[in-house]
Design a protein around this ligand. Structure first.
Ligand code: PHE
Length: 333
């Protein structure tokens, strides 16, 4: 009985101590067996109680050994994974891609004046990329956009601009419409430091009653000021099949622009986007009454703006996924 109390109170620091304890009680020459051997010398009237006590000692000892072993092994395992009180290892976090950084900035600026974001497929049909946008078959302006065709007749192609998303948006939504469409576009052009066969655009569309060219200009001025700091813009007359009138937008980089960003390439006027009043034919093609509604559209290349703002010298760096390049944008959120 005394031994049962001892077994219950036993504590061990190491597995060796547990093993010594096991040998002392449960080993071949252990106490339990010793007591068993004495059994036949015990007077008959005490045999019952004696047996019960030995059995109790036997199971207590076994349970103790198992419990101690388990606890010590668990501690050992925890110890192998390190000192739990040590400060944690810092987790390496990635950087946002410069295209995403600039895209998010543009989305943010336009969302503040009520534009939502719309997206569409990169693989398009002829209608959404060309025909609905006032570029009927055999229109010479189709050659302006060096298209990658996936299939001809009926034509399936990689979209050459995200104007295709605007067509889809107009087909599915009623005015007033205020939406910007960011996304990747493809053109069959020679790859160089200045141009690539795919790049990224944000195109914008605003349709309501009485939308005028002055609204367009003011929106562009707001955007460029938010994007580049206090900036001057100029509009040059241009041509797009889906807008009339059309213009090219230049922004002035120079001493007069209190931009937060230092430009690598000198100063002067830099073209950043195309724009214009949506051609009534386009509105009608997309099921919008051109007598009731008017609107403007614009489109810009994200890659070019990213090159400017982050002083990147070669557009190919944007798609090479070199971590030495990408990790430089960790703080550029
Ligand atoms: N879709 C034109 C392009 O990709 C850009 C643009 C959009 C021009 C909207 C005018 C209006 O070049």
């Amino acid at each position: 009985k005394e031994h049962i109390e001892k077994v219950k109170a036993f504590k061990a620091e190491t597995l060796e101590e547990v093993e010594a304890f096991r040998i002392k009680y449960s080993g071949k020459k252990g106490l339990v067996n010793d007591f068993m051997a004495d059994f036949r010398n015990v007077p008959n009237e005490m045999k019952k109680e004696y047996g019960q006590v030995i059995n109790k000692l036997k199971t207590e000892a076994l349970e103790k050994v198992n419990a101690l072993k388990e606890a010590l092994e668990r501690d050992e395992e925890a110890g192998a994974t390190g000192d739990l009180s040590r400060p944690g290892e810092p987790i390496e976090i990635g950087a946002r891609h410069p295209i995403s950084i600039v895209k998010n900035q543009i989305i943010d600026i336009f969302s503040r004046i009520g534009f939502n974001v719309s997206e569409g497929p990169e693989i398009e049909d002829d209608w959404h990329n060309f025909t609905a946008l006032n570029l009927p078959e055999y229109h010479p302006a189709r050659d302006m956009q060096d298209t990658f065709f996936i299939q001809t007749n009926p034509d399936v192609l990689l979209r050459t601009h995200t104007s295709s998303v605007q067509v889809r948006y107009m087909e599915n939504n009623k005015p007033p419409i205020r939406t910007i469409s960011p996304g990747r576009v493809y053109r069959n052009e020679a790859i160089s430091g200045r141009s690539h066969c795919f790049f990224h655009q944000v195109e914008g569309l605003y349709i309501d009653k009485d939308v005028s060219f002055a609204d367009l200009k003011q929106t562009l001025q707001y955007f460029t000021t938010e994007m580049f700091g206090k900036s001057k813009i100029r509009l040059r007359p241009s041509y797009f099949p889906f807008t009339e009138p059309s213009a090219e937008v230049d922004v002035y980089w120079g001493l007069e622009t209190e931009t937060d960003y230092k430009m690598t390439k000198g100063t002067g006027w830099l073209e950043i986007m195309g724009c214009g009043m949506v051609d009534p034919n386009v509105l009608e093609n997309c099921g919008i009454d051109s007598k009731e509604y008017s609107g403007f559209a614009f489109g810009m290349g994200i890659d070019r703006i990213a090159l400017l703002l982050h002083q990147i010298s070669d557009i190919r760096m944007l798609s090479e996924n070199d971590v030495r390049f990408l990790e430089q944008f960790k703080s550029a959120f």
